[in-house]
Design a binder for this molecule. Structure first.
Ligand code: C2E
Ligand code: CA
Ligand code: CA
Ligand code: CA
Length: 279
């Protein structure tokens, strides 16, 4: 065995098997989480840049793990995507959002739309349009109360298929947003052809505002072109008041980020909406 040197030894590396076992364990736990619906949604407001009123809420999933506590998407979404479990997890999220919208409506809350993140695997593998239609019908929700956020990579992977899904969603009345805009390789004109309503410009661009002139030039160009093509623009990751000032000056339509509000649970986010309406 020794003559096989390092490679032969590594093959029997107990740490390697430990990592595999740990991953299998996580997979089993994630499957249980889907079966038992251990997920909770937090909601982050998106506000109008001029009035500061809430125009939409972004649903952000958390896993209420039985022993590890509340886990954030970075800790389980990648595994869910690799294993394909994202499809079932995503169905849970859509159903949970629709149930929440119905509950808010029963409580007499203001009818604010909710934006749902859909990963590319989820978007392309299932009949996403049918899934949304069913969930909306089940909870009696009008389609204009729901928005969908997709990243540029979703469009690039399978443009034909994506395009037909997108047109079907749009025809239903669901608004479509491009998430993390600027980090992928799509062109604005392609996004316009695909019928997107809004670009959500990635945090990394927002971060540069207020300190860096080039960053401002870039952001201004995105906004001008998006508007010329009939799309609105939201800046994500707004963390400082100077960024709000710059974004207003550049005619950015909407804002989102910790400076506006952090993601909140279903109860606290309604208080945040009311606070802003009263202000
Ligand atoms: P994302 O869609 O880009 O969501 C924005 C992330 O940035 C959220 O992290 C949010 O909490 C965080 N954030 C908000 N404001 C600020 C800010 O001012 N500064 C900084 N640095 N961060 C801010 P979170 O909740 O951990 O979600 C991470 C990612 O997980 C999301 O990125 C999204 O890609 C994915 N995700 C979340 N929920 C779902 C879901 O239901 N389905 C799918 N497929 N993916 C989801
Ligand atoms: Ca998003
Ligand atoms: Ca984003
Ligand atoms: Ca349009």
């Amino acid at each position: 065995v020794k003559t096989h040197g390092k490679n032969g030894y590594q093959f029997f590396d107990p740490a390697f098997y430990g990592a595999i076992r740990q991953r299998q364990q996580r997979e089993r736990e994630l499957q249980a989480a889907i079966d038992e619906n251990q997920f909770v949604l937090h909601y982050q407001v998106r506000v109008c840049a001029t009035t500061q009123r809430v125009v939409s809420l972004e649903a952000l999933v958390r896993w209420n793990h039985p022993t590890a506590g509340l886990l954030y998407p970075d800790e389980f979404i990648p595994l869910a995507e690799e294993t394909g479990m994202i499809v079932a997890l995503g169905e849970r999220v859509v159903d949970c959002v629709c149930a929440q919208i119905a509950a808010w409506s029963d409580d007499g809350c203001a009818p604010v739309p909710v934006s749902i993140n859909v990963s590319s695997r989820q978007f392309n593998e299932r009949d996403i349009h049918a899934l949304f239609t069913r969930a909306l019908a089940r909870h009696g929700i009008p389609p204009d109360r729901v928005e969908v956020e997709l990243t540029e990579s979703t469009m690039i992977r399978d443009p034909e298929r994506t395009s037909s899904h997108l047109h079907a969603m749009h025809a239903l009345g669901i608004r479509l947003l491009v998430d993390d805009f600027g980090t992928g390789y799509s062109s604005l004109s392609m996004l316009q052809q695909l019928d997107f309503d809004m670009l959500k410009v990635d945090k990394s661009f927002t971060r540069r505002l207020g300190t860096d002139c080039q960053g401002e030039v870039l952001f201004a160009a995105i906004i001008t072109m998006a508007h010329a093509l009939g799309m609105k623009v939201v800046a994500e990751g707004v963390e400082r008041p100077e960024q709000v000032e710059v974004l207003r000056r550049l005619h950015c339509d909407e804002l989102q980020g910790y400076y506006i509000a952090t993601p909140l649970d279903a109860k606290d986010v309604q208080a945040e909406i009311r606070r802003r309406r009263a202000a």
